[in-house]
Design a binder for this molecule. Structure first.
Ligand code: AMP
Ligand code: GLY
Length: 424
């Protein structure tokens, strides 16, 4: 198979690493990729949202499968673009179509969907500029803290949690009337606050059946003890110690099965990954959000635990034969620690030389924001490297990752020293 993978983060490096192990891979291209992905295929300088340029590349290079990492191209309709094109329509794109991607692309769509199919989630109301007063009235009936969510994609910044009614009203106005998040906040979902511990669950589906992937927990805040600003993710581990079989069964029966069935009932063809952001409230799971892709850095702990051939699973998705494919997991735990640029998630510098990676033998280094400058690798983003390790348990895996991290250096490098603190 000749595969084009779209994306440039740690998630895509992990996809490339895993697909390169497949016996059915002929050649892999990654657009745009990073300094890590080039070890598993050819990086090509294409934007993930430039569908015409992607078409050109796919045809010229006789690509026969496209794998999409990030949500943007999916929400922008890359699957629909391929299906509507005579020359592309038989080339499978692994990921949901535009309508199905609304599970991530519109919070209101996701909430309506969950309500319709009885999937446990926080109570909510949706408001626009014209119903701002109703939004205020809705807030007045709720208790602090207040959760406001921009309806559309806002690069992970669209969720606000406010402690006072006054602040919540001010932010609601700023989102709706002053377009705080542009078009993304032309509608705002106000939600009941759920108090609990979060985890990430994943399934892969061909639209008919689905297979579970291992669950993971990520650490989103920049500061130790889960404090400070939200980031794309500072570390992750899998399995999640509190996710016992009873709790995972509840997720399966109350969330995963009703989601896949609900999509079918609504006549929405969904192919690809479904990511359930779940919160455990007194041992009951609730959906905080859906994503239409794999998580990052969760992928950097989930894929190392997948023993089966990822391309074989993708082929199952493409040909509606997923139920015939074998899926097996490694019993070992995996943890990842993210090394980030100093200053991230605020302003940070790029272009710092990374030293010491070749001295690491006990971990897999997934590149997130890196660039190759000949043999030299430099930083090229906020999140720079995800250092993943296996262990007999999560604590052992984390210890190895921290040992490896201590051997890697770049100017102003930062990382959280307490990944796993709440579950160990
Ligand atoms: P999201 O961007 O949708 O992942 O939301 C960002 C973060 O906001 C989540 O990871 C949660 O920590 C938090 N959050 C979102 N919705 C709720 C809620 N209803 N109750 C409590 N926390 C929430
Ligand atoms: N790590 C959370 C996400 O990928 O959205």
């Amino acid at each position: 198979m000749r595969v084009l993978l779209l994306g440039s983060g740690g998630r895509e490096h992990a996809f490339a690493w895993k697909m390169a192990q497949s016996s059915i891979l002929e050649e892999l291209f990654i657009a745009p990729g990073n300094a890590g992905t080039r070890n598993f295929g050819k990086n090509v300088d294409l934007s993930v949202n430039d569908f015409e340029a992607i078409k050109d590349f796919v045809l010229k290079n006789t690509i026969n499968m496209v794998v999409v990492g990030p949500e943007d191209p999916l929400v922008n309709g890359i699957v629909d673009f391929f299906l509507a094109d005579e020359e592309l329509k038989n080339i499978p794109v692994i990921g949901p179509n535009k309508k199905a991607s609304q599970l991530e692309g519109s919070k209101d769509f996701a909430k309506e969907f969950m309500k319709r199919h009885n999937i446990p989630t926080a109570k909510y109301g949706t408001f626009t500029k014209d119903t701002l007063d109703k939004g205020y009235a809705f807030l007045e009936k709720m208790n602090a803290p207040y959760v406001l969510k921009a309806d559309g994609l806002a690069a992970g910044k669209g969720v606000l949690i406010l402690q006072t009614l006054e602040e919540a009203k001010k932010e609601l106005k700023s989102m709706l009337a002053d377009a705080k998040f542009g078009d993304a906040s032309s509608r705002v979902v106000i939600e009941q606050f759920l108090d609990g511990v979060e985890l990430s669950c994943f399934v892969i589906t061909d639209g008919d059946g689905f297979k579970n992937l291992p669950e993971a927990k990520d650490y989103k805040r920049i500061g130790e003890g889960d404090t400070g600003l939200n980031t794309g993710g500072m570390g992750a581990l899998s399995p999640v110690p509190f996710a016992n079989p009873t709790f995972l069964d509840k997720i399966q029966n109350q969330i995963s099965i009703p989601t896949v069935k609900g999509l079918r009932r609504d006549d929405i063809l969904y192919k690809g990954f479904i990511f359930f952001g779940i919160i455990n409230v007194k041992n009951e799971p609730y959906v905080i959000e859906y994503n239409c892709r794999m998580g990052d850095p969760e992928t950097e702990v989930v894929l190392p635990r997948l023993k089966s051939d990822l391309l074989d699973l993708f082929e199952g998705v493409a040909t509606n034969t997923l139920s015939e494919r074998d899926i097996q997991f490694d019993d070992r735990s995996v943890a990842t620690v993210m090394m980030v640029s100093g200053g991230y998630p605020k302003a940070y510098e790029k272009g710092k030389t990374i030293y010491g990676m070749n001295t690491v033998s006990d971990s897999i280094i997934f590149h997130a924001g890196t660039k190759a400058d000949g043999p030299v690798v430099t930083t090229n983003g906020g999140r720079v490297l995800a250092v993943s390790s296996y262990g007999k348990d999560v604590a052992t895996a984390l210890k190895k990752s921290y040992e490896s991290v201590s051997k890697i250096e770049f100017e102003k490098a930062n990382y959280r020293k307490d990944i796993g603190f709440d579950v160990l």
